[in-house]
Design a binder for this molecule. Structure first.
Ligand SMILES: Nc1ncnc2c1ncn2[C@@H]1O[C@H](COP(=O)(O)OP(=O)(O)O)[C@@H](O)[C@H]1O
Ligand SMILES: [Mg+2]
Length: 437
């Protein structure tokens, strides 16, 4: 903006000279023609110089600020706004804590994504005994509780090249709607790409690209996180996006819902095999049924030498549907009192999980109690896919994903899908019926 002032001054200076000239001519000649002539010349010069300086201004911006301008535009195209002034009170609080603990870091910029606000700092240095001592990220990690105390909310540290991001949940966070997600061009392309498998979409990554995948690659998924972290919503998004792309004869559902109300949207779905199981006995029956289906399918595939269901369907008249087996709240089974029955169920589930993949049976399990009693070694190894939502305890995060990253998630569908960060889209149950046949 400095340059703009400069351009304006130049033009005014010249104009003033000509106005003075007009006054002198007026005094000398004393007629109004001189005034009109001088005023016209001044006006022309004003227009000419204005254009000249406007050109110069564009040039100067190009020279000095073009790169910044360009990167801002790039960010905006990707759906990330770069803020300059907003959230400054939060930033000042962070600055104060850093200063109180003598951690030299320079604030760089604030980035606002759809679900979080990230304050980026450059890692600075102090001079100790004539030597530069650079800031370590561990110094900031050590005072994380102090920053959280000052802000009154949890933060997440994001180390990037030569800078450190301190993220809070965006107070203006608007959930990303499922409806919008499934209308994205990107979504349609990916679904097409995985048409032979089991395409699903869950939400958006940090660059606001749709995150999709093929469930046949997992092959089974564990959705874990504390109460209210967004597990049920994620499960609904997963199932609904999958059902949307498969006909009734291509995908079947076997559902167990120990929370009784979570899968009610699918109660009358034509994809459903049998009824939703609400009791342990009913679940047991489902397991036996699926083990039998798996066995039959394995024999059929063996007969014609097919390695998996896709190969079988390609070379046989009979088309076998995929089957999605959903267990909402695993702890209901793993924490039953009858230890003999418990281990029988655990064993059957593990056998199923270890062998059913090729036969087109895929398992999705949710739990809000990601501890060793629920996610036993047997289950852990046989259910390799992970959708981690926010958990509180470090040990729980370690158990689900082998590190503490799930404790750093912000809740409300902020998730890690096999290590990849994403924001799960929000499925309004009111619109869900449109998608479930
Ligand atoms: N992806 C999301 N986007 C926005 N809000 C969400 C999202 N997932 C969950 N929430 C919010 O959190 C609440 C709890 O979600 P829910 O899926 O029932 O959690 P859980 O099953 O882990 O207890 C929802 O009612 C909603 O308000
Ligand atoms: Mg739930």
């Amino acid at each position: 903006m400095k340059k703009e002032n400069f351009a304006f001054h130049g033009t005014v200076d010249t104009t003033v000279v000509f106005l003075k000239l007009a006054i002198i001519l007026l005094i000398l000649i004393g007629n109004s023609i001189a005034l009109i002539v001088s005023a016209t010349i001044s006006l022309l010069i004003l227009l000419y110089e204005g254009k000249k300086y406007a050109d110069k201004l564009a040039y100067v911006v190009f020279d000095e600020e073009y790169e910044d301008l360009l990167s801002n535009i790039r960010e905006e195209v990707r759906g990330i706004r770069v803020e300059n002034n907003d959230y400054s009170s939060t930033r000042i609080k962070i600055d104060n804590v850093l200063e109180n603990y003598d951690i030299p870091m320079t604030f760089l910029e604030t980035k606002v994504t759809s679900n979080q606000v990230i304050f980026y700092y450059g890692l600075g240095f102090t001079i100790v005994n004539n030597r530069k001592k650079f800031t370590k990220i561990s110094q900031v990690e050590n005072i994380k509780p102090e920053i959280e105390l000052a802000l009154g909310e949890s933060i997440r540290l994001i180390p990037e090249k030569n800078k450190l991001g301190i993220a809070i949940i965006n107070p203006e966070f608007k959930s990303l709607s499922f409806k919008e997600m499934v209308n994205e061009k990107n979504y349609k392309q990916i679904v097409k790409k995985y048409a032979d498998g089991l395409p699903f979409c869950l939400g958006y990554d940090l660059n606001d690209n749709v995150v999709c995948g093929d469930a046949t690659n997992f092959p089974h998924l564990l959705i874990a996180g504390e109460t209210n972290s967004g597990k049920s919503n994620a499960l609904q998004v997963f199932m609904t996006s999958m059902l949307m792309n498969k006909k009734v004869n291509e995908l079947k559902l076997v559902l167990a819902d120990f929370k009784l109300v979570e899968l009610v949207a699918f109660k009358n779905s034509e994809h459903l095999i049998g009824n939703i199981a609400y009791e342990v006995d009913e679940f047991h029956a489902q397991l036996e049924y699926l083990l039998k289906v798996m066995q039959q399918r394995l024999e059929k595939m063996q007969k014609i030498g097919a390695k998996n269901i896709q190969e079988y369907n390609a070379s046989s008249k009979e088309k076998l549907p995929f089957i999605l087996f959903v267990i909402e709240e695993l702890s209901s089974i793993m924490l039953i009192d009858d230890s003999k029955l418990k281990s029988e169920l655990e064993n059957k589930l593990s056998v199923l999980a270890s062998k059913c993949r090729a036969t087109g049976i895929h398992i999705v399990i949710t739990t809000q109690k990601p501890n060793k009693k629920v996610i036993t070694g047997l289950i852990k190894t046989n259910i390799p896919g992970r959708l981690a939502l926010k958990v509180i305890a470090d040990v729980d995060s370690q158990l689900i994903i082998g590190n503490s990253d799930a404790t750093k998630l912000l809740g409300s569908g902020d998730a890690l899908l096999n290590g990849k960060r994403l924001q799960v889209a929000f499925l309004d149950t009111g619109v869900q019926e449109e998608y479930i046949k």
